[in-house]
Structures are given as C-alpha cells and as structure tokens.
Design a protein around this ligand. Sequence first.
Ligand SMILES: CC(C)(COP(=O)(O)OP(=O)(O)OC[C@H]1O[C@@H](n2cnc3c(N)ncnc32)[C@H](O)[C@@H]1OP(=O)(O)O)[C@@H](O)C(=O)NCCC(=O)NCCS
Length: 137
Amino acid sequence: MQHPDGEIVLRVITMPRDTNHSGTVFGGVIMSYIDQAAYAHARTLGLHRWVTVMVERIEFVAPVYVGEMVTLRACTATTGRTSVTVRVVVEAERYTTGQTARVTVATVKMVAIDRQHRPIPFSAPATLGPDDGLNPV
Ligand SMILES: CC(C)(COP(=O)(O)OP(=O)(O)OC[C@H]1O[C@@H](n2cnc3c(N)ncnc32)[C@H](O)[C@@H]1OP(=O)(O)O)[C@@H](O)C(=O)NCCC(=O)NCCS
C-alpha cells in the first residue's frame, strides 16, 4: 500500500560535518536534501532538466541529530503546465530507539526547462538525450 507521504526518494545518514554550533543538524543541510528529493520526484514525472523555482513552505518540526538515518518522502501536491509542486516529508530514525520522527515538511515548486532554460510542459516526451549527460553512456 502506498505511504500517505509518498515514495522514499532519498535516504542519508547525518554526519558530524552536518551540524550547527548547537550540535544538531544544520537546517541548510536538510534544505539541500529537500531540494534533491523534490528533484528526484519531479524527474519521475518527466525526463527533463528541472529547476527549483520556489520553496513555498518549510517547517522544521523537530531537530535532527548526528548519526541518524534520515528518510525523505515525496509526492505531487499540485501540477501546472510546466511546474509541479512537490510535498516533501523528512523523517529521522532516532539513533538509540529506532523510532521514526517527522522532522521537516516542505513544499517545493519545480519547473521543467529545455536546453535554452525555457519552461516546457512537464508532461512532454523526454527532452534529455545522449548528449546531455556528463558521463558517456
Ligand atoms: C524557473 C524559471 C525558468 C521560470 O521562468 P519564467 O520566465 O518565470 O517562466 P514562466 O513565467 O513561463 O513560468 C513557468 C512556471 O513557473 C512558475 N513560476 C515562475 N515564477 C514563479 C514564482 N516566482 N513563484 C512560483 N511559481 C513561479 C509559473 O507559475 C509557471 O508554472 P506553470 O507553467 O505550471 O503555470 C526561471 O524563473 C528561472 O530560471 N529561475 C531560476 C531557477 C534556478 O536556478 N533554481 C535554482 C537551481 S535548480
């Protein structure tokens, strides 16, 4: 059965380098993961270049600590013509108890663009081709 917060799109383990001066994980690190999670979800809706146009909302509900397994789930909140608004929920598996805590919730708007950086309908056929990757495949 589908999880109400969507599929897992990213899973990471927090490291000492991720902390702020209070010893908890820096919000900017979590925001970076959220941005990646929104991209990962958007990419499932269209094989295009995607850019983040707006973080509509971000709520840090509870702290994240070093060494915790952090899971990001994403689902489509709304769609437009060229954009998809993605809801991202971040969970931390508490290191000592194994319990899952919802730590951050965000809403991120992604826009599909072409090679000239112009918005394109995200439901269009794939716009990435063999020349687009950084690695030869
Ligand atoms: C995203 C970008 C290409 C949109 O360009 P634009 O000229 O505003 O394009 P449009 O006016 O045609 O809008 C395209 C879509 O973006 C949405 N959009 C544009 N500006 C927006 C804003 N400020 N807030 C919310 N949505 C916005 C529009 O609603 C539209 O969605 P829709 O087609 O689903 O209705 C441009 O703003 C951009 O390049 N931004 C920088 C992206 C970036 O570098 N992100 C960080 C790294 S990934």
